[in-house]
Design a protein around this ligand. Structure first.
Ligand code: 5GP
Length: 197
């Protein structure tokens, strides 16, 4: 396990692709200064609206594999064929050096691994769409995928849904405003021990 002087709390938001977890994570980051986003490394192509170093560290497959060999990751997964995603140790250190609590937006397998490593300081949240069909619709409407990558993502959805019971909390993302409030409640309760209604 990776250690640092300031060990803040960790919040993992995980979900099948398209369940809305990134929207929830962005809301929390804009609301709470004391949260820091764990910028993952990935080998997938950068999307137009994304910034290197802010949304992801975009690496080539060779660069990514070199970091695996050097033991630079806390966890990594080949989420899609030849598309690697991983959490760098240096990223956890960066956020904790800012005295902030960490927020992860990662896939279900990576989420399970981090939860196992940091069980007591870590709150894992599975964001579930109201139904699989809703999720597929959202994925299509998001318009970020090629027909081929869309197929890959839809194929994964059902398998990822089966992870629902592996995490501390299930947040059903139906109405966004309500999901935001529930997510805020999770953060505040875990950090301050407060019950906010
Ligand atoms: P996207 O390509 O849509 O940004 O992300 C695809 C999937 O990879 C999402 O479920 C996202 O949460 C996940 N992901 C992003 N960063 C990481 C990471 O560092 N590790 C793991 N295991 N999954 C990640």
């Amino acid at each position: 396990m990776y250690q640092s002087q300031f060990q803040g709390k960790m919040f993992i938001f995980t979900a099948p692709s398209g369940a809305g977890k990134t929207t929830i994570v962005k809301h929390l980051l804009s609301k709470y200064d004391f949260l820091g986003f764990s910028v993952s490394a990935t080998t997938r192509d950068k999307r137009d609206h994304e910034t290197d170093g802010k949304d992801y560290y975009f690496l080539t497959v060779e660069e990514f594999k070199a970091k695996i060999t050097n033991g630079e990751f806390i966890e990594w997964e080949e989420v899609y064929h030849d598309q690697y995603y991983g959490t760098l140790k240096s990223e956890v250190e960066r956020i904790w050096s800012l005295q902030k609590h960490l927020v992860f937006d990662i896939d279900v397998r990576g989420a399970k691994n981090i939860k196992q490593l940091y069980s007591n300081t870590c709150m894992s949240v599975f964001v579930r769409p109201p139904s699989v069909n809703t999720l597929i619709e959202r994925l299509i409407n998001r318009n970020t995928e090629t027909p081929e990558s869309l197929q890959k993502r839809i194929y994964k959805v059902k398998r990822e849904m089966s992870y629902e019971n592996s995490f501390d909390i299930v947040l059903v993302n139906d109405l966004l405003d309500i999901s935001f409030k529930e997510a805020e409640h999770i953060i505040e309760t875990f950090i301050f021990g407060l019950t906010v209604i």
